[in-house]
Design a protein around this ligand. Structure first.
Ligand SMILES: NC(=O)c1ccc[n+]([C@@H]2O[C@H](COP(=O)([O-])OP(=O)(O)OC[C@H]3O[C@@H](n4cnc5c(N)ncnc54)[C@H](O)[C@@H]3O)[C@@H](O)[C@H]2O)c1
Length: 362
């Protein structure tokens, strides 16, 4: 029997603890879980028999086959590049990064024969293929709408433009990735209005570079289809997350309560689908494990998927800043050069502060 794949997990928050658990469950040996918050590192390591460490370098020196990057987004590039320097494959959580420059540096650092994949785990949610199949049945052009809302996020880094980038980067990347498949293309133009509903709310008052928390976004696709997104993480704290979509085409209507229920209404009547509830995070890691150990066909999201979604998010932010439509083809620059980010300063210096930034999700 061949030796098990060895893994290191960087970041032991919600995502890191999941990655560690799932790597162990699919038969990998988790060598180390790293977090400067050693209580977190110890808790995630204890579940998997791994060593808890505070420094990534120490863990990468163990020579893992694969590294999961599960830190706040502004650290993804730095840690992915370090993991490649140590000779590992990388599964990096979504979104890939906050800037196209960082994303491209990550891509360039992947040595020959090393994989960089992005954690768009929704691909492994049974709702993902089901929605694609059902949306194909209502014809084209497709007119889509999505509403994604929640109260102010308890993890304050999610509201920091310099840390996780706010919902237009951090949350909409999931939808943009799904829609890339539903619409079979990337949008060629976006137009958006952005808002900070959290203005004046004490939970986020300490964040100097608060990200936009709300937007209405229109995405035009090259085949004539259109998607519209209403997104907010600026509702009062404690308001539960909601995600609903509708897809209208010449042959019918699809309504979605993501990820639980999908309903198709067409000439045949009404067809309802309920999610069996498979864990997409586990499915994603099982798939990557099979790709690395058995040469399974690639199915975990690619670095290009990460770049495509980030480019769309940056186009949205630019559209908000310029109050006009933005062609995706024009979004080629790092955000340092983008008017949407003028004056935001050093991307490596989020207002991390103490305490509340590290609070767990409810
Ligand atoms: N796939 C999804 O649906 C999904 C869901 C939530 C978050 N995410 C993404 O996953 C990433 C992590 O999010 P989270 O919710 O787990 O955040 P989290 O705050 O729960 O955990 C992040 C952890 O990283 C640690 N950390 C900070 N600097 C570090 C370093 N240099 N080395 C190692 N660890 C370090 C922090 O102490 C913290 O414990 C983010 O990029 C986020 O956007 C993805």
């Amino acid at each position: 029997m061949s030796a098990p794949l060895t893994a290191v997990v960087l970041g032991a928050g919600d995502m890191g603890a999941r990655h560690a658990r799932h790597w162990a469950a699919v038969g990998a040996r988790v060598l180390a879980v790293v977090d400067p918050d050693m209580d977190r590192a110890r808790a995630a390591a204890a579940e998997t028999g791994a060593t808890a460490l505070a420094e990534a370098d120490e863990a990468l020196a163990l020579g893992p086959d694969v590294v999961s990057v599960c830190t706040p987004t502004y650290l993804h590039a730095r840690l992915t590049i370090a993991a490649f320097a140590a000779g590992a494959h990388v599964l990096c959580e979504k979104p890939i990064a906050l800037t196209l420059g960082d994303a491209r540096a990550m891509e360039a650092a992947a040595a020959a024969g090393r994989e960089l994949r992005i954690g768009f785990m929704r691909r492994f949610d049974p709702a993902f293929p089901q929605l694609i199949e059902v949306a194909a049945r209502v014809g084209r052009p497709l007119l889509a709408q999505a509403t994604i809302t929640a109260g102010i996020r308890p993890k304050r880094l999610m509201h920091d433009a310099l840390a996780n980038g706010g919902p237009i980067i951090d949350m909409c990347c999931h939808l943009f990735h799904l829609w890339g498949t539903v619409f079979e293309s990337q949008p060629d133009e976006v137009a958006a209005r952005g808002y900070t509903f959290s203005d004046g709310k004490p939970e986020v008052a300490h964040i100097r570079h608060r990200a936009l928390d709300s937007a209405l976004i229109t995405l035009a696709y090259p085949n004539g289809s259109v998607g519209q997104v209403q997104v907010s993480w600026g509702l009062p704290s404690g308001v539960d997350p909601v995600e609903r979509h509708t897809y209208v085409g010449p042959d019918g209507l699809v309504t979605v309560d993501w990820p639980g229920r999908i309903t198709l209404r067409d000439g045949e009547g009404e067809t309802r689908w309920t999610n069996p509830g498979d864990d997409p995070y586990r499915g994603q890691i099982a798939q990557f494990h099979a790709e690395l150990t058995q040469g399974a066909t690639r199915a975990v999201a690619s670095v290009q998927d990460g770049i495509d979604t980030l480019r769309t998010s940056l186009a949205v932010l630019r559209s908000v800043a310029t109050r006009g439509p933005v062609a995706l083809a024009d979004v080629t620059e790092d955000r340092d050069d983008d008017p949407a980010f003028a004056g935001l300063g050093d991307l490596d210096a989020p207002d991390a502060g103490a305490g509340p930034l590290l609070e767990a999700m409810p």
